[in-house]
Design a protein around this ligand. Structure first.
Ligand code: PRX
Length: 657
């Protein structure tokens, strides 16, 4: 990889002139409006996190706040805790049982309000179902679900008995589910008969049946939530309807008193290689981090706010900011099942108006789609309940930021651009809405207690300018390891700059005010609509197609989705150019192997790919070609003429979707 300073695609505009102070009305009422909080946290960052841990309910106290044998962290080591107890029981015990935890909104207009008491009952019953099916503390349970109230209940049910959930985003293919269940020896899989997408039922359980059997010997039971009236194949003894089996068990299930470091969940995410990484989060520190950041960053007023994180529970944003953070803070949230433009493009704004949503947290891609659809859709609705807006998942372009601030937020809502990752567990770099002067496009500054720095390749800190983002001290929600891959954990994150410096994998710039501007990934991970994918994973899916000899994928700049997958494909036997059917076949093949979201937007047929003399594919050159940049020196290539041929094909628009 070229040095970050030399890469044009890492260029960002520093716009010192565009600065937004927290709106005065907002500042006055904010939970945190005194910048002294930064100094306080900096003065003793472990004590700062400890003060947040104390707001949770623990069965046993800790003695050690942090044991740090870099890169191995133990937070609140001797403490005993249960995440589901903290998300549910303690609120019910505090008289909040009738408070709505989720206003669930189905895509078809169906709605369900689930109170804290009801969610507690669902959770306890599900926990008892797991026990009945032989699940024990430390066992893994797969969850492959649409956005239904049963989804958080299933996660919390696992947490209640110390089972480890492994949620797979409902948009991934069943092959991805299989891979993830296989590695983690999951005993039970929770799914639904079907999900609704744009008004149509899409079978889920029927597809899941394709992967069950000999290759997943540990997976003994499937629990199926009934969402539609579709006919669903059920295998006697193995498959159980959620609504039936949960009636066969008790409503009470004592929460396990778990060690603070007991694993709460595994969540697979994409890395530099074709093999996804199973990020492991544990209980005490993670709950501390998500509860603290959720309260501070979103200026949460639990009695008044209606909070909506419009992500999917299948991603980390959903885990931390639809389930664990908001429930720990006794929040009323929206849980929306469907697409933002179904049945029409004002669906989100209709929901905001109907429920009086006060806090909205979404991704730049969604904002850009809304901009494209036109102001008339939000303008049809009264959005005056909104008081805070958040962004996550990818860099937000200043234009989208400004639109969000003006059209959705009526210029009265602070915008918090929150940077973090599956690995970090919770928000790491973000404005504090009652304190920070924001600059559109900048995630601004580390959350109190977090230490971040941009460094050069050699690890030296850059005071002002571009480089690689690092995190320089432990934080409570940090990933503890990669599931069954300790060495890969150390190698990927804790080796490049030393064993106590976390290598983020993002390029960033720091400006003269010490503000961070996240530019994008420096590894072979691409970010399509805020969804993280590995170029290698997509390449290996493409080359597994029988007619494909070789493939290279890159993420090219895309004005809608941030980045889009472009695949350069050489067909078997140098078969030249594929036709439209072949394009479709490859796209379908990728959808089948990984999921629709990984399908290349564009396929370019290449007789050969640019390679070094040692045979390494130069993806960087392909990216330069796809984004229309001048190529530098290509003389080190085995065949320097290859790039010219590819450039002509790209320019001719050949095989565009
Ligand atoms: O490149 C950064 C980008 O998303 C990556 C993490 O992806 P994932 O683990 O899927 O988590 C996404 C949701 C937390 C990061 O390495 N990213 C995330 N938030 C931002 C961002 N890039 C710029 N600005 C952000 N606010």
């Amino acid at each position: 990889m070229a040095d970050v300073e030399e890469r044009e695609d890492l260029e960002v505009l520093l716009r010192d002139e565009d600065v937004f102070d927290p709106p005065e009305e907002f500042r006055k009422q904010a939970n945190f409006n005194d910048p002294a909080v930064y100094d306080e946290a900096e003065g003793d960052w472990q004590a700062w996190w400890e003060s947040w841990a104390k707001k949770l309910d623990w069965f046993e106290p800790w003695e050690t706040v942090l044991e740090w044998n870099a890169p191995w962290a133990k937070w609140f080591k001797e403490g005993k805790i249960n995440a589901s107890y903290n998300c549910l029981d303690r609120h019910v015990d505090n008289g909040k049982g009738d408070k709505v935890a989720y206003h669930w909104v189905g895509e078809d207009g169906d709605t369900r309000d689930v109170t804290y008491s009801e969610l507690l009952e669902m959770t306890q019953r599900f926990a008892n179902v797991l026990k009945k099916l032989g699940v024990e503390k430390g066992d893994v349970v797969g969850i492959y679900m649409p956005m239904l109230p049963e989804t958080p209940a299933a996660m919390l049910g696992c947490a209640r008995i110390g089972a480890i959930h492994n949620v797979v985003f409902g948009g991934f293919s069943v092959n991805s589910v299989k891979e993830r269940m296989e590695v983690s020896d999951a005993k039970v899989l929770v799914t639904a008969d079907a999900s609704l997408r744009r008004g149509k039922p899409m079978p889920m359980k029927e597809k899941v049946d394709d992967i069950l059997g000999d290759e997943l010997p540990s997976l003994k039971s499937v629990i199926v939530v009934k969402r539609t009236d579709e006919d669903t194949p059920m295998t006697e003894g193995r498959d159980h309807w959620w609504h039936e089996i949960s009636q066969e068990v008790d409503t009470d299930c004592e929460p396990e008193q778990l060690e603070a470091e007991h694993p709460l969940y595994i969540l697979y995410t994409s890395g530099s290689t074709a093999k996804p990484k199973g990020i492991v989060h544990t209980t005490g520190g993670y709950m501390t981090g998500v509860a603290a950041t959720h309260e501070v960053v979103f200026d949460l007023k639990p009695d008044d706010d209606v909070y909506w994180c419009a992500a999917d529970i299948g991603w980390v944003t959903g885990h931390s900011y639809i389930v664990y953070g908001p429930l720990a803070n006794c929040t009323t949230s929206i849980l929306y099942e469907g697409a933002p433009d179904f049945p029409d493009k004002d669906r989100w704004w209709e929901i905001v108006e109907k429920y009086g949503v006060t806090i909205l947290y979404t991704a730049p891609t969604a904002i850009r789609a809304c901009i494209k659809w036109g102001d008339e859709y939000p303008n049809k609705h009264d959005l005056s309940s909104l008081r805070l807006l958040g962004s996550v998942g990818e860099p937000i372009n200043p234009r989208a930021w400004a639109w969000y601030h003006k059209v959705i937020g009526g210029e009265r809502c602070p915008v918090v651009d929150t940077w973090w990752q599956t690995e970090t567990g919770h928000i790491m770099i973000t404005p504090l809405p009652g304190i920070t002067r924001t600059k559109p496009g900048s995630a601004t500054q580390p959350f109190p207690g977090i230490e971040a720095a941009v460094v050069r390749k050699d690890g030296e800190i850059v005071e002002e300018g571009g480089g690689f983002l690092t995190l320089r001290r432990p934080w409570p929600g940090m990933a503890r390891t990669l599931y069954k891959e300790d060495d890969r954990f150390v190698e990927t994150y804790w080796s490049k700059y030393g064993k106590d410096i976390y290598n983020v994998g993002d390029a960033a710039k720091i400006d003269s005010d010490g503000y961070f501007w996240i530019v994008g990934r420096t590894d072979d991970v691409i970010n399509v609509s805020g969804h993280r994918m590995s170029t290698m994973e997509i390449e290996s899916a493409i080359v597994s197609h029988e007619k494909v000899a070789e493939a290279a994928c890159i993420g090219a700049k895309d004005e809608d989705t941030g980045q889009a997958v472009v695949a350069f494909v050489t067909l078997e036997g140098r078969a030249g150019e594929g036709d439209d059917d072949m394009v479709q076949e490859i796209r379908d093949h990728v959808a089948d192997k990984i999921g629709k979201l990984a399908r290349p937007k564009r396929i370019v047929w290449a007789d050969d790919l640019p390679k070094t003399r040692s045979g390494k594919i130069m993806r960087r050159l392909l990216k330069d070609i796809a984004e229309g940049r001048e190529l530098g020196d290509v003389t080190t290539l085995r065949d320097p003429t290859v790039t010219e041929k590819i450039r002509e094909k790209v320019a001719s628009g050949q095989t565009d979707e």
